[in-house]
Design a protein. Structure first.
Length: 116
């Protein structure tokens, strides 16, 4: 089955860190641009970060710039989102999206909760 699977979410205190992973199953991520999105309760899904196929270009939402870092390890078929200095407003379900031409895959999401 072709899919991407997110992991690494959890409960963390404000100021803490988490690293999310997006692993591909059944296909190689080499040719896919990857985006991380999040959706908080009652809000629309929003883009958080994006990385191109080589890893040489990355973009971030203004709300996470300087705190989140996206990276990819094509040898491990995995993309990461390192999240530092987490804030309560970062609480959401985080989704990974792999996109190449007309092919797109969404994961099931991983919950991130930032609370004291």
């Amino acid at each position: 089955q072709l899919q991407v699977v997110e992991s690494g979410g959890g409960l963390v205190q404000p100021g803490g860190s988490l690293r999310l992973s997006c692993a591909a199953s059944g296909f190689t991520l080499d040719y896919y641009a990857i985006g991380w999105f999040r959706q908080a309760p009652g809000k629309e899904r929003e883009g958080v970060s994006y990385i191109n196929t080589s890893g040489g270009s990355a973009n971030y939402a203004d709300s996470v710039k300087g705190r989140f870092t996206i990276s990819r390890d094509n040898a491990k078929n995995t993309v990461y989102l390192q999240m530092n200095s987490l804030k309560p407003e970062d609480t959401a379900v985080y989704y990974c999206n792999a996109n190449f031409l007309w092919q797109t895959y969404w994961g099931q999401g991983t919950q991130v909760t930032v609370s004291s």
